[in-house]
Design a binder for this molecule. Structure first.
Ligand code: BDP
Length: 601
């Protein structure tokens, strides 16, 4: 169990939050001299930088945009005397990729992994009724033992450069909101829910973890704020008569209210919206509330111009409007857990999420997305002497992700990897442990999966039996037999699918990637690769193949929108496989999806 609470910050009679978003101080530390020079007490020569945001695209010079190494953030804030009786925590939505937090010069905590919350108990380090200073030492280097995987090149002059083994820009900084929390000393640390349907009624099984021994009361309210069930105890079952189910694209949210009670007095309360729904795999079907659902949507990125991977509610809003317009019902959080607000909004809008941990780049090649698409075979799990360390990081990230997101009705599955090597016994051994650990963390036993690249052929892949449904990333007609060879692409694609079919696995397959780079506004008759016409023709070929196999139960296109990547000869100001442009305007393909998905219910 984590030794901190990942519950999302809320305000009520017992809990106060103070948001620290806004301008922070920041300073690069290429020589890593900050500790020796006392930067933990304050930065000597800082610039101002917005939070939440990735720092890269604010700058006008190469060095700063591509900065790799140590860098520091700093913020001063006031904490009221009223907070003294309670615990004070600081909560970072994420620190990318790793960071150490100092409060008034005192080291408080360190955290590895750039896409999950960092919590630090600063109760004793805080000066109440005075100004306080938080300093965070951050590092954004990539290596082969933490997620996502990559390398760091060091030039003769000491400058460092991130060399991702993955296809997205190595955005970093404080990319999500930062909060101060005042919470009761005896507090609700975590809770989980699981559901069973019983005719028109439902059971909400719950478990609450508190930091003390006092009594726990749990209540459930419907959307009209009427109480529907109540229980005493840290574990129990709430019986819901005539339950309103959380349905795909038709959500219904209840409010769970958890209280700690000491001598008939409430001493802590936590409230959150939850949705009653079940999810399971039955043969080749994905069943939501026992009804088959076909997944329609995209792999996404947290990505936008200027603020990079920084959280922004306006992007969330626009993206959901585009998703709804296109008749999608699902997205994959490729290739890392997103900011929590994405899941909250998906809960509200009735969207399904395949939630992916940042296990991407597990192939030793800086262009592995190309190698993978072409079926290149790069070993990883036995070449690296650091596999055990990587496994620890991987399990820890999976645990933190599941702990954080387990109560969202929108989350229907966990994706535990993207495109690693899966054909060796070493890979099997590695992923067997990852899956076993993951299964022990989820109280809802949601289906587990991972996204397989082309080299994970039906005859060779050793890891697909670990999955409850199989996710394929396939680029027949793009990396393989593209353009004038598209007819051959279809033959090869069908050949692979026939080989999967012959295995009679009797589980669902979902395409988690398929797509073409497309320059918005580039038109060609007849089509050529990169034109909008080619993207449409490629998709229509893919749809024909998808529709030929009953066990294919979903299609998540790559990508929802164009996004930024490392510079290189394969990428023109980023990856252009977006169905929407980077500023969220439709390419011709968007209309094709809209019309197709309108008919697939
Ligand atoms: C896949 C990767 C994805 C890439 C995509 C591509 O999973 O991250 O962006 O290929 O090449 O291999 O566009």
């Amino acid at each position: 169990m984590l030794d901190y609470s990942e519950l999302y910050p809320i305000n009520n009679e017992y809990r106060i939050t103070q948001n620290l978003d806004g301008m922070w101080y920041m300073q690069f530390d290429q020589e890593s001299k900050g500790i020796d020079d006392g930067w933990t007490n304050g930065l000597p020569n800082p610039i101002s930088i917005p939070v939440p945001a990735s720092f890269a695209d604010f700058f006008t010079d190469h060095y700063s945009r591509d900065y790799c190494g140590d860098f520091w953030y700093e913020k001063d804030f006031f904490i009221s005397k009223d907070w003294k009786e309670k615990e004070t925590w600081i909560r970072f939505g994420s620190i990318t990729h790793r960071g150490t937090v100092y409060c008034n010069g005192i080291e408080i905590t360190s955290h590895e992994g750039g896409f999950l919350p960092v919590l630090a108990n600063i109760t004793d380090a805080t000066k109440y009724g005075e100004m306080n200073k938080i300093v965070v030492k951050i590092n954004n280097e990539l290596n082969e033992t933490s997620l996502p995987c990559g390398a760091t090149k060091v030039f003769d002059n000491g400058r460092k450069l991130a060399k991702p083994y993955f296809d997205f820009f190595n955005y970093s900084g404080l990319q999500r909101s930062v909060w101060l929390l005042s919470i009761p000393r005896e507090n609700i640390k975590d809770y989980s829910v699981d559901y069973a349907l019983n005719g028109k009624d439902a059971e909400v099984k719950y478990e609450v973890i508190t930091t003390g021994k006092n009594k726990v009361k749990v209540k459930l309210f419907d959307a009209d704020k009427k109480i529907v069930a109540e229980q005493i105890g840290v574990q129990g079952v709430l019986q819901v008569k005539d339950a309103h189910l959380w349905q795909v694209r038709n959500s219904y949210l209840y409010n769970i209210v958890i209280q700690i009670i000491e001598n008939e007095q409430i001493i802590d309360e936590y409230t959150e919206k939850i949705g009653i729904r079940t999810i399971r795999i039955d043969g080749t079907k994905i069943l939501l509330n026992e009804q088959p659902v076909y997944l329609k949507g995209f792999g996404k990125h947290e990505d936008f111009s200027i603020f990079g991977r920084g959280f922004n509610w306006s992007i969330v809003k626009r993206d959901f409007e585009c998703l709804k317009w296109s008749n999608a019902n699902c997205f994959r959080t490729s290739h890392y857990p997103y900011a929590e607000e994405w899941y909250q909004f998906a809960d509200e809008e009735g969207f399904l999420i395949i939630n992916e941990v940042a296990a991407v780049g597990m192939m030793r090649s800086t262009r592995n997305f190309v190698a993978a698409g072409e079926g290149g075979n790069y070993t990883y799990f036995f070449e690296t002497p650091t596999v055990e360390q990587l496994k620890l990081s991987h399990v820890r990230d999976v645990q933190e992700m599941i702990t954080r997101d387990k109560n969202h009705p929108s989350v229907i599955s966990w994706s535990l990897f993207n495109e690693p090597e899966t054909i060796t016994d070493h890979a099997y051994k590695y992923f067997k442990d990852i899956f076993e650990a993951a299964r022990s963390f989820d109280p809802q036993n949601r289906p587990m999966t991972g996204a397989f690249e082309k080299n994970s052929k039906p005859e060779l892949c050793k890891c697909y039996p670990l999955c409850d449904f199989i996710c394929l990333n396939r680029y027949y007609g793009w990396y393989i037999s593209g353009g004038p060879e598209i007819e051959e692409a279809e033959i090869l694609f069908r050949d692979e699918m026939n080989r999967w079919e012959k295995k009679n696995l009797n589980i669902p397959f979902v395409f988690t990637e398929f797509g073409t780079d497309t320059m918005a506004g580039m038109h060609k008759l007849p089509s050529i690769m990169w034109s909008e016409e080619y993207q449409v023709e490629y998709l229509k070929m893919n749809f024909k193949v998808f529709d030929s196999y009953d066990f294919i139960q979903g299609e998540l296109a790559w990508n929802f929108a164009d996004f930024q990547t490392t510079e290189g000869i394969m990428r023109v100001d980023g990856n252009h496989k977006g169905v929407f442009t980077r500023d969220r305007q439709p390419k011709a393909a968007a209309v094709v999806f809209k019309h197709r998905w309108e008919k697939i219910l």
